[in-house]
Write a protein that binds this ligand. Sequence first.
Ligand code: KG4
Ligand code: ZN
Length: 391
Amino acid sequence: MLVLAIETSCDETSAAVLRTAPVLVGATAGKPQEWGRLPEVHVPRPAEKSALPPDKGGAGDSGTCTSGTCPPSSLNASAPEVLSNIVLSQDEVHAPYGGVVPELASRQHIKTIAAIVGEALSRAGVALEAVDLYAVTQGPGLIGSLLVGLSFAKGLAYYHKKPLVGVDHLEAHLEACFLENPGIEYPVLGLLVSGGHTALYLMEEPLSYKLLGKTRDDAAGEALDKIAKFLGLGYPGGPVIEKLGRGGDPKAFPFAVPRTKDRSLDFSFSGLKTAALKHIRERGVSKDDPRLSDFLASFEDIIARALVDNLRLAADAVLPRSLVLCGGVARNARLRARFQDFARQAGLDAYVPSPKLCTDNAAMVGALALKKFVRRPDTATDLDLDAYARA
Ligand code: KG4
Ligand code: ZN
């Protein structure tokens, strides 16, 4: 069975083709399987990091179990094969503004989506007629951007009379962890850290998501992006802060770990952002300052500590068997290291996707759509499927 997935929730236009064993019920029952041409180009699975197109910075480790005590079941369970996963970033379009301009984002998606879908199909060696299932992100995200991908996917599904599954962007980020490690044992505690969201989820079984805590103000990625913008370092802020803060002393600037007053599992980063701005103004930290790397390392480290502190509280409360970390900020080496240290101390299996699967991509969307489709293969293609901006 072949899946074509589309992701346009924010500022990356992405399309992916995934292949899995046939689902012999419902919409595809009894139909001959068409596999299209065999791939002419070898497009590696995400785990084959070295052969992938260059990543935009971030940690270099691949998406595997990091505790050293991975369950043997992870070898048996199967995940779909990612034949292609094309991501076109709009960073250059938004960089002059220091953040995503929604109207420019949707216009850019309109310009590039057909080419990106075409590239995903050709890299996978798959003809459009061979696609069995369409997958698309419904939300949350920028509404104009979401509508571009959703309308494109609806058009394809309608014309080719194939099922279309809409998925939630945040659930898709969590799914990225299972794509490379299908045998992760439940209950799973997930920490999702992206540019727009910071949240903790308990997954007691596949496709079940219980929100345990979320940010009350800025997301962690947003705080990184805003401080980078303020210092004139460019957009997106996370990768540039990681690069310039490498080698800096994370204790040089004494930030307090941000916590919510009621000590709930919610996050809050706006106070930390204000404290960072105060340091910048009062101590004259600037782009060309020799203390810049210390400042950025301190800021990045305190964010990682706050995230892992809440993860620890949540783990004590829900006693998971496994931990997963996902979303764009999960590319960050300091956060990955703190996450893995905690998992080791707690004796829990811990999983982080490879960097390319942390930031927005369509492979995670296709993987989640497949799980949903396998569970309910008779789902009719709903052309009324709507986009939503908020979680
Ligand atoms: O998940 P994502 O691609 O998009 C959203 O769904 O928001 O995450 C984007 C966020 C941005 O805030 C970006 O600055 C951050 O991920 N990010 C990083 C790194 N790479 C991307 N943050 C810290 N370190 C990185 N290496
Ligand atoms: Zn995202």
